[in-house]
Design a protein around this ligand. Structure first.
Ligand code: CO
Length: 462
């Protein structure tokens, strides 16, 4: 048997805690273990982007950029990977190209090595700007397919998409199965097809929600996948990733080895077990989220979205409606042309399903984001949108067919002026660009809470 070395990305610092505890882990709970993690032999740690930025400002009173600089300082050997929502960056709408460039520059300047870039609709025009900036500042651009299931989203469709992403100039590719709904047979076919069509490293990302994830990873590896994403055991399972240690142990003997050090992994697991108990006690870690739920294969709802929906309903004392709302999600999705359920579309579709259930009348209330989606401001859905529904919500307003950001004028000058009272540097302006009110509050009460690590200067690679 030929043994192949598989690279592992650890997700506990981003996706695992996003999926299990709604991204509420502060940097203080991470710092004591970062150096140990750096010695474990991971290829990369997924540690930033996605909801972490939002959560730092909104809930944790933490400067997300400072968090990133701490990671860079502690991880000397391990690559830092972040997740980026294409032209929506780390927010919920499309930003102008000048904002995209400024953000990507700051990511790389502060130490990000790999930027995993995806577009919620798999509209590749929404990835172009991020890719260009990532190359310009010397980052590794990992372009990701947002995996979903629908009559349109076939293995052929995704293989063609992967080929397109490779031609655009990806440094590596990722199949991002954010809802954990990729079955082992599909993983095998899709990875085989992509590996024979494209000569690039391929990473597979899934979630344990439906209980099939380890089989999915195994079949993906058998088909030639180079890297997989896993979470250290105390933050694994349920809506998170499969456990790192279990995957490593399970793969060995099947022809797949890793560079991971089992003793180090055990130390990391012991540490995070303590951290986990804390969230368990304060109620953030919902036991429900840890149960294997094969219904995820029907709902196609990502882990982070499940835990956020439940927390929204619980706050209003309506957790009894959880299953009804989840049943409405596939209906809303069909009406909207089968968008993959990934940020920001997962929130948009989730909120719409919630409103449809709570008002008792479908589409009586529609968010401005859904209106913008129907206007084409997020790009093109792969399947047709229900035209009657579109008409009833946006009337005769013209639908955008081109790249949405082409219609956006440069935003940085206006944003810089608007937050001039509070902003000390470009990072503050970028916080404001993403979340105007939250950033204004945060910057207004900011204190120097953490280490004073100066912002680095970097040479621009053109
Ligand atoms: Co994920």
């Amino acid at each position: 048997m030929i043994t192949r070395t598989i690279k592992i990305t650890e997700t506990v610092l981003r996706d695992a805690q996003q999926s299990l505890i709604a991204t509420r882990m502060p940097i203080e709970d991470m710092i004591p273990i970062l150096e140990e993690m750096d010695e474990a032999g991971y290829e990369a740690v997924e540690c930033w982007g996605g909801a972490t930025f939002d959560s730092c400002l909104r809930y944790l009173n933490e400067d997300p950029w400072e968090r990133l600089r701490i990671f860079r300082k502690k991880f000397k050997k391990t690559k830092l990977l972040m997740l980026l929502r294409g032209q929506s960056l780390l927010g919920y709408r499309h930003y102008a190209d000048d904002v995209v460039d400024a953000f990507v520059k700051q990511f790389i300047l502060n130490g990000i090595d790999i930027i995993r870039i995806f577009d919620a609709l798999n509209d590749v025009r929404n990835i172009e700007s991020c890719l260009k900036a990532c190359k310009k500042y010397g980052g590794h651009a990992q372009l990701a397919i947002a995996y979903t299931v629908s009559p349109i989203h076939t293995v052929d469709y995704f293989t063609e998409l992967a080929t397109k992403l490779a031609k655009m100039g990806a440094d590596s590719l990722c199949i991002k199965d954010m809802a954990g709904i990729m079955t082992p047979d599909v993983a095998y076919k899709l990875v085989s097809n992509i590996k024979s069509a494209v000569n690039l490293p391929l990473e597979v990302h899934t979630h344990a929600t439906a209980g099939i994830s380890k089989m999915t990873y195994l079949k993906a590896l058998e088909a030639g996948a180079d890297m997989i994403d896993t979470a250290i055991s105390p933050f694994s399972g349920g809506t998170s990733q499969p456990a790192t240690e279990s995957m490593v142990l399970g793969m060995s003997g099947l022809g797949f080895k890793t560079d991971l050090n089992m003793d180090r992994l055990n130390e990391i697991a012991i540490y995070f077990k303590k951290i986990r108990s804390k969230y368990h006690e304060n109620g953030l870690l919902k036991l429900k989220m840890l149960y294997t739920d094969p219904r995820a294969l029907t709902y196609q709802v990502p882990g982070g979205m499940l835990s956020n929906l439940l927390s929204q309903l619980t706050q209003q004392g309506l957790e009894g409606k959880f299953d009804t709302v989840l049943n409405e999600v596939p209906n809303v999705r069909m009406d909207l042309g089968y968008p993959p359920l990934v940020t920001p579309l997962s929130q948009m579709v989730g909120t719409q399903a919630l409103m449809n259930v709570l008002t008792g009348q479908r589409y009586q209330l529609v968010s401005s984001e859904i209106k913008n989606y129907l206007l084409g401001k997020y790009g093109q859905a792969v399947a047709p949108i229900d035209e009657d529904l579109r008409q009833s919500i946006i009337g005769d307003e013209a639908v955008i067919r081109g790249r949405p950001a082409d219609l956006l004028e440069a935003e940085l000058p206006r944003l810089t002026e608007e937050i001039a009272d509070y902003a000390k540097n470009i990072e503050d302006v970028l916080d404001y660009a993403l979340f105007p009110q939250i950033a204004r509050d945060f910057l207004g009460r900011r204190e120097d809470r953490f280490y004073d690590i100066p912002i680095q200067e970097i040479e621009v690679i053109i």
